[in-house]
Design a binder for this molecule. Structure first.
Ligand code: SF4
Length: 380
């Protein structure tokens, strides 16, 4: 079972459309201020996020006030701005994942070098007359296909619990599987439960029963083997009962869910415990799945970043193991010797290891004092 430790940057809530179920859109709030970008990036670093999820309303660059603000900031258009923010995140060691609604193949090709992966929900094959023209199923399908042609590792999915039938859920999943069979770019799909937010005027419908969820999972395994299934646990209270069939719990953050602000996540430890109760181990992943960490899907720069991350995780695991043994009675290799044997690859890893090494030294001082009958600190 996997999850991604993430933080969200809403580049703008402004959107030209008015979907009835939407609690996300605003009219004229403008772009995320530059000082907020810096604050969130710094918070992400302190909080240990790996993924920076960059999102917006649908085609914000078509709105005049947004174009004027972009011009004032020196960005040629919204994609230029999104790429610049993604680069700032990458510079801080984060992996940017973008979700900006429907984009053309040309637009996706432009931003691809700056994002490790992207996504957009199909939501449904049903056309709702109350939704934005950009949300029509044909347009969403075209956007997901464009991502396949642009070779973008992609996340999509369906929305459930808004009044749809099980038949339409299955048809929506089948449509996604059909697109994936042609392009191979889907790395995961979400089956995301609709939760009305402040501002939504669409009531919640009946959510799928556990049996209906399982029917969807079973069909998806046949239609798109190897493409992970995700359920966001802050939106589906029965997530634990579905763990046997799931692969992923999605992005989890200590910060608020920007799309569903009244549905905060639990601490990761709570999800780890829930997984353990069902015999599953929760592990961290990057926004790009291993299935798409190849030169077919990633640029050389992202290949290198992903490899560095893998190496860093191996060191972290080895040191965590060594600490476990050390703290459990000084058995086996201690972290300091693990450190000297490791292939230290970059500054951030060196800092991590140095901090861990300091902890070992402090532990050794305490241990020596204890063994010698000393009482550290009592002479003051
Ligand atoms: S759902 Fe998307 S397109 Fe519709 S109003 Fe909200 S942000 Fe805009």
């Amino acid at each position: 079972m996997t999850y991604s430790r993430s933080i969200t940057l809403v580049l703008t809530h402004d959107c030209p459309w008015h979907c009835r179920y939407c609690g996300f859109r605003t009219e004229r709030n403008g772009l995320l201020p530059e000082n907020e970008i810096e604050r969130i990036v710094n918070e992400a670093k302190v909080g240990g996020a790996r993924e920076a999820l960059l999102i917006s309303g649908e085609r914000p660059g078509t709105m005049r006030h947004i174009r004027e603000e972009l011009e004032r900031r020196g960005d040629s258009d919204f994609w230029d701005f999104a790429s610049r923010v993604a680069e700032r995140c990458a510079e801080a060691g984060l992996f940017p994942h973008g979700n900006f609604g429907r984009m053309t193949e040309e637009e996706l090709g432009r931003v691809r070098p700056h994002f490790v992966s992207m996504g957009m929900m199909l939501e449904s094959v049903l056309d709702d007359p109350e939704c934005a023209p950009e949300k029509k199923a044909a347009g969403r399908r075209a956007g997901i296909e464009a991502a396949g042609r642009a070779k973008v590792p992609f996340t999509s999915g369906i929305l459930v619990g808004w009044g749809e039938s099980q038949v339409s859920r299955m048809e929506s999943l089948e449509a996604l599987a059909e697109i994936h069979s042609r392009y191979g770019h889907l790395q995961e799909i979400l089956i995301q439960r609709y939760v009305p937010n402040a501002g939504s005027s669409w009531p919640a419908g009946a959510p799928p029963t556990l049996g209906e969820y399982r029917e969807m999972f079973a069909a998806w395994r046949v239609w798109a083997p190897g493409v992970a299934i995700q359920i966001p646990p802050n939106l589906e209270p029965r997530w634990e009962q579905l763990l046997g069939e799931l692969d992923d719990l999605g992005g989890i953050s200590w910060a608020r869910d920007e799309v569903n602000p009244n549905r905060p996540w639990e601490k990761v430890e709570e999800y780890e415990a829930g997984c353990l109760r069902r015999g599953r181990v929760l592990e961290e992943r990057l926004p790009v799945y291993e299935s798409h960490c190849t030169r077919e899907w990633l640029t050389e720069r992202w290949m290198q970043e992903v490899q560095k991350f893998g190496l860093r995780r191996r060191h972290e695991r080895r040191l965590e193991d060594a600490f476990g043994r050390f703290e459990g009675g000084c058995q086996g290799e201690d972290p300091a010797s693990a450190w000297t044997k490791g292939d230290v690859c970059d500054q951030s890893e060196r800092e991590l290891l140095t901090n861990l090494h300091r902890r070992v030294l402090v532990l050794r001082i305490w241990e020596a004092a204890w063994d010698g009958g000393g009482n550290v600190g009592s002479d003051r």
